[in-house]
Design a protein around this ligand. Structure first.
Ligand SMILES: [Zn+2]
Length: 171
């Protein structure tokens, strides 16, 4: 088993792959958030445990999923929907739930906030992405333990950068 979080970058993509390839995400059933009924994204148990601020006695020994719906307070829910954890039960604020909040992190490992990314010059953005990639390649990231979504932030970073560039062009 390769427990090296970010060494496996597939060609052309710098998105970091989480540890166990034993976790077969493709074969996971579609599980829907009991609150908003949107499809959840499978997260590893260690992500839930690392991100919760409440006693871990309340964590069930089942699989958990991440709800990315902005308006939904639920962050994690388990397969049967009996166990849920909301934003107020996490140690971190969740980017997907507050995408417009300046001080929420988009990159949790290297600490880049929404405002920092939005306000950065084009050059600063390039170097920010380069720094993140350098950190990933040096195995300095811990997305599964720091990022509430349990996976690499780069997709979100690029998405946000694109979004603000388009807003700038349109303004
Ligand atoms: Zn939800």
């Amino acid at each position: 088993m390769n427990d090296n979080c970010c060494s496996q970058t597939s060609a052309g993509s710098e998105v970091c792959e989480l540890p166990s390839t034993t976790v077969q995400r493709k074969s996971k059933p579609e599980i829907f958030c009991p609150k908003c009924n949107k499809k959840g994204k499978f997260v590893q148990g260690q992500t839930v445990k690392a991100l919760l601020s409440v006693s871990l006695l309340s964590v069930q020994n089942t699989e958990y999923y991440f709800c990315r719906t902005q308006s939904c307070p639920v962050v994690y829910f388990n397969t049967d929907g009996e166990s849920t954890f909301t934003t107020s039960q996490l140690r971190e604020r969740v980017y997907q739930k507050e995408p417009n909040a300046d001080d929420v992190f988009v990159c949790y490992c290297f600490k880049h906030s929404v405002a920092e990314i939005c306000n950065a010059s084009p050059e600063a953005r390039v170097s920010m992405v380069n720094d993140i990639n350098t950190g990933i390649q040096a195995n300095k990231c811990a997305c599964d333990l720091r990022n509430p979504q349990g996976s690499c932030c780069l997709g979100n970073i690029r998405g946000l950068m694109k979004q603000t560039e388009q807003a700038f062009i349109q303004s």
